[in-house]
Design a protein around this ligand. Structure first.
Ligand code: URA
Length: 209
């Protein structure tokens, strides 16, 4: 019998929580220093949350302190900005899906390393294939880079200051999707100009609520 989306997503959660279940698909998560840190610090991985039938999927970088403490994506200061941005275009957070590339918190919130993106990327790939969103809104340059490359659009990659708020269309095995690179909401915490830009860029998403 075919598994439904919720069951398939549950499987990913189980594998990230207990990488021994993942086998080869887990890309050796047991060896990931971030996984070891999670166990040592008794914090949680952050898998993702929201509608399993979301038309819009938001992809951030990696959990921060609040996220690792609760297991929920974007629940700290950057999350508050994300909530405000969603509210500004009348989108209910429960109708979208929010996740990150890296599922465990990098120490001191440092940038994720290439090997960490490689280790956790397969889980994100599966989440995208299960949810089959119409729009992927990337939050920050790491997820912009990952998603553009994943869909073969690396030739169109340039700096986020040139790419934010534009729509990049591509064909996938589950149909056409739009990739919308956005600045990371954390940048908007202290930068009013970035916040104004995000508010403007979010208007693109209105058509997909
Ligand atoms: N920053 C991210 O990229 N993701 C989160 O979940 C929180 C902060």
């Amino acid at each position: 019998m075919m598994m439904d989306r919720t069951e398939l997503l549950r499987q990913i959660k189980d594998e990230v929580i207990n990488p021994a279940l993942a086998g080869k698909g887990g890309a050796g998560l047991e060896e990931s220093p971030l996984y070891k840190e999670r166990i040592k610090n008794k914090v949680f991985p952050v898998i993702g949350e929201g509608s399993h039938r979301a038309r819009i999927m938001f992809i951030g970088e990696a959990p921060g302190k609040n996220e690792a403490a609760t297991g929920r994506p974007f629940c700290g200061a950057a999350g508050k900005i994300l909530d405000e941005l969603l509210a500004s275009v009348g989108i209910d957070r429960k109708d979208v899906y929010v996740t990150n590339i890296v599922k465990d918190r990098p120490p001191f919130n440092r940038d994720p390393l290439p090997e960490e993106i490689k280790a956790y990327g397969p889980f994100l790939d599966r989440q995208i294939e299960i949810i089959q969103p119409e729009v992927i809104a990337t939050l920050g340059r790491f997820s912009m880079d990952y998603v553009m490359r994943k869909f073969g659009l690396e030739s169109q990659l340039c700096s986020i200051s040139q790419m934010h708020g534009k729509i990049f269309e591509t064909e996938t095995p589950f149909g056409k999707i739009k990739i919308v690179p956005l600045y990371h909401p954390a940048v908007a915490i202290y930068n009013k100009t970035t916040k104004d830009t995000l508010v403007k860029d979010f208007r693109i998403l209105k058509d997909f609520k």
